[in-house]
Design a protein around this ligand. Structure first.
Ligand code: AR6
Length: 331
């Protein structure tokens, strides 16, 4: 998945480069800087001493020494005063400069901490938004897997309002048990055949309204075929679609070339979000992959919440899924 939010200690990440939230001296400090120097060993400090420091908003690169990462990219975030001293521009610059350095060294995987969000006092939700915005813009033009590493869950908060809206939506919609036709028919004392007959009538009505031929073709369509049809209908390119879905190119090629490919549920939903499908269309697409949205599952309700609000920003959806301890969308 091109952009992934994970909870971890960044010094444990096995990636090409980890990013350090350093200070202008580059000679170590507390927080993530201290942890990285501690894990990398004295070689890192020795190399840092040769760099002549680093300006706020800029980045420099060193080896990874005893770390599992090949490189450490040191960037200096702004100290947050009141948000009116160019903090956002400087923080954006940290991410851009670090990504440019990673690209120059042909890194395929890079992990960032939430720069400036500790000792330097940048509000965590805003720091996260800056990180997501800059990284996702970069990923539209570049193939790389980028991790945002959140150290402690408390450090990671979507806005209170969004959190409580989603919590309320889950409360309103959550059902303990999955209902199916059989259960429903016994509970309501309606014979199963009657329910099925209703369904059949509905289908017939649908077919007389629309062109029967094309409807039948769509019923037989596989997930992969539906995906490609929808991409065409929306006037998107393949790349626009898989990048917006936060799916990597290799997985997309697999789906494209295998007409019977069965994606995982998060992958199927990621494409539905990328294509900005309605709830009905999303259900349709999921069915092709053998899935459905259920009200007995928090993950599904959160997805439904975003689609019903017309919010198709996959990164915001992933932030919310993360906040509710759910798996994230994408490959
Ligand atoms: N892995 C991932 N994230 C971490 C880790 C870790 N091991 N440890 C802390 N964090 P900070 P800043 C998170 O204070 O605000 C240093 O002294 C932490 O929860 O490390 O940019 C430097 O030398 C927070 O969300 O960096 C500078 O003087 C984020 O990393 C100054 O602090 C950044 O917190 C830089 O301050």
């Amino acid at each position: 998945m091109p952009l992934e939010i994970v909870r971890n200690d960044i010094t444990k990440m096995t990636v090409d480069a980890i990013v350090n939230a350093a200070n202008e001296s580059l000679l170590g400090g507390g927080g993530v800087d201290g942890a990285i120097h501690h894990a990398a060993g004295a070689g890192l400090l020795a190399e840092c001493k040769t760099l002549g420091g680093c300006k706020t908003g800029k980045a420099k690169i060193t080896g990874g020494y005893n770390l599992p990462a090949k490189y450490v990219i040191h960037t200096v975030g702004p100290v947050y005063e009141d948000g009116k001293h160019g903090e956002k521009d400087l923080l954006e610059s940290c991410y851009r400069e670090s990504l440019a350095l990673a690209k120059k060294r042909n890194c395929e995987t890079v992990a960032f901490p939430l720069i400036s969000s500790g000792v330097y006092g940048y509000p965590k939700d805003q720091a996260l938004k800056v990180a997501i915005d800059v990284i996702s813009t970069f990923l539209l033009e570049n193939d790389m897997t980028v991790y945002i590493v959140i150290f402690d869950k408390a450090a990671y908060k979507i806005s209170e309002k969004l959190f409580s809206d989603i919590a309320e939506y889950i409360d309103d919609n959550y059902v303990d048990e999955h209902t199916d036709y059989r259960r429903e028919s016994t509970r309501m004392n309606v014979p199963m055949q009657a329910i099925m007959a209703d369904e059949i009538c509905e289908c017939k009505a649908l077919f007389t309204e629309d062109d029967l031929d094309s409807k039948l073709k769509q019923i037989d369509e596989s997930f992969s075929q539906m995906l490609l049809r929808k991409i065409d209908e929306k006037g998107m390119t393949d790349a626009e679609c898989y990048k917006k879905a936060n799916i990597d190119r290799k997985l997309f090629s697999k789906i494209r070339s295998d007409v019977h490919y069965k994606p995982s549920k998060p992958t199927a939903i990621a494409f539905a979000i990328s294509l900005e499908l309605s709830l009905d269309e999303t259900e349709d697409m999921l069915k092709k992959a053998g899935f459905a949205l259920s009200h007995s599952n928090k993950f599904d309700i959160i997805i439904e919440y975003f689609i019903s609000k017309g919010n198709y920003n996959i990164f915001e959806i992933n932030e919310a899924l993360f906040a509710f301890d759910q798996s994230l969308l994408g490959a």
